[in-house]
Design a protein around this ligand. Structure first.
Ligand SMILES: Cc1cc2nc3c(=O)[nH]c(=O)nc-3n(C[C@H](O)[C@H](O)[C@H](O)COP(=O)(O)O)c2cc1C
Length: 201
């Protein structure tokens, strides 16, 4: 809600109550409304659209992606989860033909092998590398799930972060790494991180 809106609406109510509503007063009221109040609507929802792109082998990061969807909805944003990310379909969601608002990409990926991407996101990453379309209007943020016992801790998340930057995309918030070697609830941590950064979304 806009901070100034309730005060302006109160002034408008007092103004209408105090003045005898002759024809000229209606003109003043309409002018007052059009110039001062209407730029400050009572409910100004700042809604964004998110594509949540999940890379996961064993399921942990799928739950993280779904927890993010829930939290973004709670914060009044639209979110679509892609558990089998398809590059063309995500691009179509990102640049909808009939909508001026572009989507933000939230990449949630674990790391497997020796610093590799999970199988389900590898084709998406290849297509992203080969894409020649201008992606510079895409905002992104990354939640990387890994285990700090590996030298390649969260490497998939770090690599896709670099790749998106080379593609000209805008990093909205610095990468969030979730260390599964610690006693953490990754879904809670992901939701808390979104909440803490809700002003930036
Ligand atoms: C075979 C194997 C290899 C892994 N390699 C890495 C790695 O290189 N870097 C890392 O940070 N974590 C690594 N991990 C830890 C996983 O990223 C971690 O268990 C994560 O929670 C798995 O998430 P997922 O269930 O969404 O796939 C590895 C786990 C396994 C089982």
């Amino acid at each position: 809600m806009n901070n100034r809106a309730p005060t302006l609406y109160l002034y408008l109510a007092i103004y209408i109550k105090k003045r005898p509503l002759s024809y000229s007063c209606y003109t003043y009221v309409i002018t007052f409304y059009n110039t001062i109040v209407s730029p400050f609507p009572l409910f100004q929802l700042n809604m964004s659209s998110f594509q949540i792109i999940v890379g996961s082998m064993l399921g942990t990061t799928e739950y993280v992606g779904e927890a993010c969807e829930e939290q973004l909805n709670n914060l009044n944003h639209q979110a679509t989860v892609h558990l089998k990310p398809n590059f063309s379909s995500i691009l179509a969601h990102t640049f909808p033909a009939n909508d001026e608002i572009n989507s933000t990409w939230l990449i949630c990926t674990s790391t497997h092998g020796a610093g590799d991407y999970p199988d389900n996101i590898q084709t998406f990453v290849e297509d992203l590398k080969n894409c020649e379309q201008d992606l510079s209007s895409i905002n992104f943020m990354i939640i990387a799930v890994g285990d700090s016992n590996y030298d390649t801790f969260c490497k998939a998340g770090v690599d896709i972060n670099k790749l998106l930057i080379t593609k000209g995309c805008n990093e909205l918030i610095a990468i969030k790494k979730l260390d599964m070697s610690k006693d953490i609830d990754p879904e809670d941590q992901a939701q808390a991180w979104l909440y803490q950064n809700s002003d930036l979304l």
